[in-house]
Design a binder for this molecule. Structure first.
Ligand code: NAP
Length: 394
């Protein structure tokens, strides 16, 4: 029987790659719902191709436009709007799997909704887990949901860890540490002075991966790796000190696990998100993803170096936030989102992104993050805190 899937953030980079994989396996997967924020024509095209039962445009005006366009077609897709509709299509009883590929904190409620409804959650939206770590992992456990990491690094770690790592004390003892790889982004080797002058166009130009704007800027500042470090701690139930970050500019080794006997298991492949997406969709099986085989003769050199913490403070800020616990990571995430948006609008220099995150971690109070209201309140107050600083700046 085919699996029913909701793709949250269908019009984004991960959403499109997911639909590309699904289109190769139409006998095995059916699209239940596709969602977007404002891109009406892109979502319409996807509806024509994948014929979902529901399409959600978060923006109400955009939903009206999409509804009008769908009425002129032969589609029976029902168009909904708003955050409640995102939660509805993530938790509907017909749905087996939810691809969580909305960018940023906006993805938290629908992703949590999928977890609470006991779905197979394919997690690309790392910000949701960073914000709500403990609450989210409890929702997965309490509702017998299945959480599979789509971030290529976490997918690689998942593939390289012993089966049952989280629950089996013997398996846990066999692992020495996790090696989380980072490309280093477009500014690897640059100085702080050089970084002060970089433009949004330079920051979104990732050397190896083609991604949405926000994650591209995060990759350039290494905040993406910081968010991933927190994500890995929650996913695999490890401490931040059990994870070592290694810069690996070729992005071929997606991450590794080091064992007590000296063995290192790595997952490798071309830098194409369709590999982890296909893995998540089909786990424990494997399916064709459209990704070419890795040619070791053209990638005959694999390099590794330590991150430069003086120039890229995001990793240490993330370790600090995870170790502080409670709402600290939600504050870090919210501050980063507001600062990245301001950088993309050319209101602040690139180096101000981590300065603002640092200021928020020092200026906002942390609380115990045991319910969603506290987490959302921490998110809002960190956003206000950073926005006021940006307004004072400009
Ligand atoms: N791209 C990658 O290779 C990659 C790799 C690993 C992890 N991830 C993670 O995957 C997530 C998505 O990244 P991406 O690069 O695919 O982002 P993206 O290309 O910017 O796409 C974001 C998607 O989210 C939707 N969206 C934006 N704001 C929204 C809101 N307020 N409410 C509801 N939906 C909203 C967008 O709709 P519109 O198109 O209508 O704006 C779009 O469908 C991020 O958390 C990222 O960290 C991405």
């Amino acid at each position: 029987m085919s699996q029913m899937i909701t793709v949250l953030g269908a019009t984004g980079s991960i959403g499109k790659s997911t639909l590309d994989v699904l289109a190769r396996h139409t006998d095995d997967y059916q699209v239940f719902a596709l969602t977007a924020n404002t891109q009406v024509d892109a979502l319409l095209q996807q509806c024509i191709e994948h014929r979902p039962q529901y399409a959600v445009m978060v923006d109400e005006k955009c939903a009206v436009q999409l509804r009008a366009k769908i009425a002129l077609s032969d589609l029976t897709t029902e168009v909904l709007s708003g955050v409640d509709a995102l939660c509805q299509v993530s938790s509907a009883s017909e749905v087996d799997q939810v691809m969580a590929a909305i960018v940023g904190a906006a993805g938290l409620l629908p992703t949590l909704s999928a977890a609470r409804a006991g779905k197979r959650v394919l997690l690309a939206n790392k910000e949701a887990l960073v914000m709500s770590g403990q609450l989210f992992m409890e929702a997965i456990k309490d509702n017998n949901a299945l959480l599979l990491p789509i971030d290529s690094e976490h997918n690689a770690i998942f593939q390289s860890l012993p089966v049952n790592f989280k629950d089996d004390p013997i398996a846990r003892k066999q692992v020495r540490n996790i090696l989380l790889t980072a490309s280093g982004g477009p500014f690897r080797g640059w100085t702080h002075e050089q970084l002060q002058r970089v433009t949004p166009a330079q920051a979104v130009k990732h050397p190896n991966w083609s991604m949405g704007q926000k994650i591209s800027v995060d990759s350039a500042s290494l905040m993406n790796k910081g968010l991933e470090l927190i994500e890995a701690c929650w996913l695999f139930d490890v401490k931040a000190k059990q994870i070592e970050v290694l810069v690996h500019p070729e992005s071929i080794v997606h991450s590794m696990v080091q064992y007590v006997d000296g063995s290192v298991l790595a997952q490798m492949g071309n830098p194409d998100m369709r590999t982890p997406i296909a893995y998540g969709l089909a786990w424990p099986n494997r399916i064709e993803s459209g990704v070419a085989s890795l040619d070791f003769l053209t990638h005959s050199q694999l390099n590794f170096e330590p991150p430069n913490h003086d120039v890229f403070p995001a990793l240490n800020l993330s370790r600090q936030a995870f170790d502080a616990g409670g709402t600290a990571a939600a504050i870090l995430n919210a501050a980063n989102e507001v600062a990245v948006a301001a950088f993309l609008r050319e209101q602040i220099p690139f180096t101000a992104i981590t300065d603002l995150v640092d200021a928020a971690l020092n200026g906002c109070e942390f609380e115990t993050a045991d319910n969603i209201e506290v987490i959302l309140a921490a998110d809002s107050s960190a956003r206000r805190f950073v926005q006021e600083k940006i307004t004072a700046w400009t």
